[in-house]
Design a protein around this ligand. Structure first.
Ligand code: 5RP
Length: 220
């Protein structure tokens, strides 16, 4: 199976977690795009969606799926999104697509987070994928210096502005053995909007696309 086919398989499997008649939270990225295509097939059975990015909002609306502003919604049974890396503890690095802040906000509201990923994303220790950090533009140099003190090598993502009008620093060289602690520390740096560690709010379940089919993994 190609990586694309693995993504399609997990996107289809995620439909089992969508609650009929309710609003579903929808992530961002190539796997989430596959999910949006699958969701379009059952759009008459959901109330609508909350989008984690402008790209996702446009794609959902393009399929005729009603998109709610998060401020209109108090209860989202499930949020479905991809990840750049995920561990057996369901801790993740996200933000390869730059949508980490809105993803974290929608995930915070959702009762359950279903991560959909191909098997290449499953790792024992986070950090081979550079950690995205969303930063207020005037703070970029200060935040970079602080990230170096934490052992990382930050590089500003070229020609990229987030949906919130901010910059992304991609931090290489981190071997993240305590993701909850690092998530907290980075978020305390003045000028950081949020970072791409999803450890304080991990996934509840991961649907992992493998050549032998979709594997359901829960925190160990
Ligand atoms: C976007 C994300 C994505 O979920 C993550 O980058 C995975 O993307 P893909 O499904 O394309 O591999 O966090 O901000």
């Amino acid at each position: 199976m190609t990586q694309d086919e693995l993504k399609e398989a997990v996107a289809r499997a995620a439909l089992d977690y969508v609650v009929e008649g309710r609003i579903v939270g929808v992530g961002t990225g190539s796997t989430a795009r596959k999910f949006i295509e699958s969701l379009a097939g059952i759009k008459d059975r959901i109330a609508g969606a909350v989008a984690s990015s402008e790209d996702t909002r446009q794609r959902l609306e393009g399929h005729g799926i009603r998109v709610f502003d998060l401020n209109e919604v108090s209860d989202i049974p499930v949020y479905i999104d991809g990840a750049d890396e995920i561990t057996p503890h369901m801790h993740m690095i996200k933000g390869g697509g730059g949508a980490l802040t809105r993803e974290k906000i929608v995930a915070a509201v959702a009762q359950s987070f279903v991560c959909i990923a191909d098997a290449s994303k499953f790792v024992d220790v986070l950090g081979a994928f550079p950690l995205p950090v969303e930063v207020i533009p005037m703070a970029a140099a200060h935040v970079s210096r602080e990230l170096v003190k934490l052992g990382g090598t930050p590089v500003q993502r070229p020609n990229f502005v987030t949906d919130n009008g901010n910059l992304i620093l991609d931090v290489k060289g981190l071997r993240i053995t305590d993701p909850e602690d690092l998530e907290t520390r980075i978020n305390q740096i003045a000028g950081v909007v949020t970072n791409g560690l999803f450890a304080l709010r991990p996934a509840n379940v991961c649907l992992l696309g493998t050549p032998n089919g979709v594997r359901t993994v829960k925190a160990s």
